[in-house]
Structures are given as structure tokens and as C-alpha cells.
Design a binder for this molecule. Structure first.
Ligand SMILES: Nc1ncnc2c1ncn2[C@@H]1O[C@H](COP(=O)(O)OP(=O)(O)OP(=O)(O)O)[C@@H](O)[C@H]1O
Ligand SMILES: [Mg+2]
Length: 239
């Protein structure tokens, strides 16, 4: 679903992505891990056509990122690191807005279904500024699913959520994968990558310093290692 090779991006002479290669098969979950400032959001912005790379090749769903960004946009859904909801609209109005932008048929039914799936029916007609953080995050993800994208990017989908809300989000992600959706997520939570991802890539100093299944990464660092050990062994820590 995603093939990236030799991807480079610099900001003001600082190479944030310095030759990144990665492949994500259809119907799998790929987790991109890395310390603050490693370039995870930059990577998501490039793969979702929001930011142009300096060099490298990206193919998504068989479409070349430079030649056919429109075809890629039609295929994907994105939940950014920071919420994209309009807090002065209600939950229902936010969802309706996305359905309108995507020119979907049967918009009211689609919106009603997503409100139910994300347990937001009771709050649907309240402005979002009255929602809790977890409710906003669920609405964010619901907005991403309008139009049934086949590939979803989630940039730190559970940051700031309580343990129960994180598990709810994980269940939603697993349900999507069971339906054949491909997921590319970034996370600061190693247990989240461990729980959800088929494959994990660790980004540090502009390159992928390790990639594989959670078990492979742990084995590479030593017997009885945790993903925390992998993270600390292979990255320069926080910056
Ligand atoms: N538009 C920009 N202009 C200049 N520098 C930028 C820009 N966007 C990102 N950067 C820099 O690129 C680096 C990577 O940022 P990015 O947001 O991709 O990191 P991240 O891995 O998502 O971090 P976090 O875990 O904190 O979300 C940082 O040093 C950041 O300051
Ligand atoms: Mg980020």
C-alpha cells in the first residue's frame, strides 16, 4: 500500500528525513516510533500530500506521490497530531462538514452511523468545546472515517487519552484492520506499537535505525528486552 525509498526532507539546512525507506503491505498496521522531533509528523505530512519532499520516491496504492497526489488524497484519511475539529460546531455538524466536502450520498445516515460507532450520539448536538479530550479524539477519528478510506494515517492517536479510552481506540483500529483497512500510525507509546502494529520502524536522526515486528526488535537488542529497551538502545533519547 505504501512504498517509500530514499525520502529526504530538510528544514533550513537541518535534514529531518535523510534517506528513509519503508514498505507497508495492504491490510497491515505500521507503527512509526521515534523521539520528539525525530520527523514522524513530517513523514505523515509528506505521505498525505500536505508537504512536498526534497527527494525520494513515494508510491501509495500504486499512485506516484508527485504525479498523482489527487488520487492519493481520494484514497486516504488522516487524523493529525492536533485535533482538526471545529469546537464551535456540534459533533454532528463537524461530521456533516466532512461528508459535504467529500460529496457523499446519504450523508445523514453516514453521520448517524459514525456517531453511534464512536459512542457520541448523546453529545452529537452539543458544541465540541463542551466535549472532553477523549470525546474530541473520538470525533477526530470518526471524521477521518467519513467516506471509508482504505488507508488511514494516525499521528499519535491516543496521546492524552486515559487507559480506557486508549483501549477503545485500539479496538476501533483493530476493527478497521479486520475490514481490510491499512493503518500507518505514529506513537510515543511503545505498548501501543506492541499491541497494534504488524511492523514497527524506529526513526532517529533522519533514518530508520531499526524495523521489524515487535518480537524481532526485542530480539535484536537482547534476550528479555522490552520495546522500551529497544527505544533507549537505538535512539539518542529525547531532545
Ligand atoms: N515547517 C517547519 N519548518 C521548520 N522546521 C520544521 C518544520 N516542521 C518540522 N520542523 C522541524 O523538523 C523536526 C521534526 O519535526 P516533527 O514534527 O516531524 O517531529 P515529530 O517526530 O513528529 O515530533 P513529536 O514526537 O514531538 O510530535 C523538528 O526539529 C521540527 O522543529
Ligand atoms: Mg509529531
Amino acid at each position: 500500500m505504501i512504498t517509500v525509498s530514499g525520502l529526504r526532507k530538510s528544514f533550513g539546512g537541518h535534514a529531518v528525513l535523510d534517506g528513509v525507506d519503508l514498505t507497508v503491505p495492504r491490510g497491515t498496521v505500521h507503527a512509526l516510533l521515534g523521539p520528539n522531533g525525530a520527523g514522524k509528523t513530517t513523514m505523515v505530512h509528506i505521505l498525505t500530500t500536505l508537504l512536498a519532499p526534497d527527494a525520494g520516491r513515494v508510491e501509495i496504492g500504486g499512485h506516484d506521490l508527485r504525479r498523482d497526489p489527487g488520487a492519493i488524497r481520494a484514497l486516504i484519511g488522516v487524523t493529525g497530531q492536533f485535533s482538526a475539529v471545529d469546537v464551535w460546531l456540534t459533533g454532528r455538524e463537524n461530521l456533516r462538514l466532512v461528508a459535504d466536502l467529500r460529496h457523499l450520498a446519504q450523508r445523514s445516515a453516514i453521520v448517524g452511523d459514525l456517531l453511534t460507532r464512536f459512542d457520541l450520539t448523546g453529545a452529537a448536538d452539543r458544541p465540541v468545546h463542551t466535549y472532553s479530550g477523549g470525546m474530541r479524539r473520538r470525533l477526530d477519528l470518526a471524521m477521518t472515517l467519513v467516506g471509508d478510506p482504505k488507508l488511514i494515517f494516525l499521528d499519535e492517536p491516543t496521546t492524552g487519552l486515559d487507559p480506557r479510552s486508549r483501549r477503545t481506540m485500539w479496538e476501533i483500529v483493530r476493527g478497521l484492520v479486520a475490514d481490510g483497512v491499512t493503518i500507518f500510525l505514529t506513537t510515543q507509546y511503545l505498548d501501543e506499537a506492541d499491541q497494534l502494529a504488524d511492523r514497527i520502524s524506529l526513526l532517529d536522526h533522519g533514518v530508520i535505525v531499526a524495523s521489524g515486528t515487535a518480537a524481532e526488535l526485542k530480539d535484536s537488542v537482547g534476550a528479555d528486552s522490552t520495546l522500551d529497551d529497544v527505544f533507549f538502545a537505538l535512539t539518542g533519547g529525547l531532545r
